[in-house]
Design a protein around this ligand. Structure first.
Ligand SMILES: [Zn+2]
Length: 241
């Protein structure tokens, strides 16, 4: 029997600066000054409202939406992996304030409580909507799952393309950066970890849907000997200048 859901308000993580106080008109004036300093004329009809649009767009991308993460008792004692694949990731790199976009795969081995499946995407979004680095985003989602559900294991993999790599600097287009963070049995038990990464790579019958891009060898499977939570990435480094 499913008893009443327990809810807890998400405190927006203060490590990322907390919930920002947004002054849209100040942001609009600053955007106009910024574009003027870069020699971008704003006197055409098409561009006249661009500073305001910039301000509103960045305010949206940088402001987490609080939500109620309803959890339920795991009355049926479900003890297999729960994996949500290809949850959208839309974030902004804090080094360049340019977007990085991709997908997150979030899995956990339930303990005494389970989370409404639709909430997994909201957890990813909550930590994505702020100035971020992909490594921290990955760890924050995993830590939130661990802290909120106390599951027997948590695994989070994020694959994303960074516009600061694709559109500037080295100009690498289509390069994807992979990060992962693991807790509990998904970190310590080789079979559970292998199952998690196999389902992330090849959903097969157990996966909820097709991948948005062709499956490829996982470039960042953690080495069991590494300290955890594991963070790995593809060899192409993000520029940080
Ligand atoms: Zn960047």
């Amino acid at each position: 029997m499913l008893t009443e859901g327990l809810t807890a308000r998400t405190g927006v993580d203060t490590a990322g600066g907390g919930s920002p106080v947004v002054d849209l008109s100040a942001a609009e004036r600053a955007a106009a000054a910024f574009l003027a300093a870069l020699g971008v004329p704003l006197d055409s009809e098409s561009r006249r409202a661009t500073p305001g649009r910039m301000a509103r767009a960045y305010a949206e991308m940088l402001t987490p939406r609080p939500f109620e993460p309803t959890t339920f008792p795991n009355d049926e004692g479900y003890d297999e992996l729960v994996l949500a694949r290809s949850l959208p990731v839309r974030s902004v790199c804090e080094h360049h304030l340019l977007p990085f976009v991709g997908v997150a795969h979030v899995g956990y081995l339930p303990g005494e409580r389970i989370l409404g499946l639709s909430k997994l995407a909201r957890v990813v979004e909550m930590f994505a909507r702020r100035p971020q680095v992909q490594e921290r985003l990955t760890q924050q989602v995993a830590n939130w799952m661990q802290g909120t559900l106390a599951p027997r294991g948590v695994g989070v993999v994020v694959e994303a393309e960074h516009m600061c790599m694709s559109m500037r600097g080295v100009g690498v287009t289509g390069a994807s950066t992979t990060t992962s963070a693991l807790h509990g049995l998904l970190r310590d038990d080789a079979r559970s970890r292998a199952e998690f990464f196999a389902l992330v790579d090849r959903p097969g019958a157990a996966g909820p849907g097709p991948r948005p891009h062709p499956a490829r060898p996982h470039p960042a499977r953690p080495d069991p000997a590494r300290p955890h939570p594991t963070l790995t990435r593809t060899p192409i480094p993000m520029t940080t200048e």
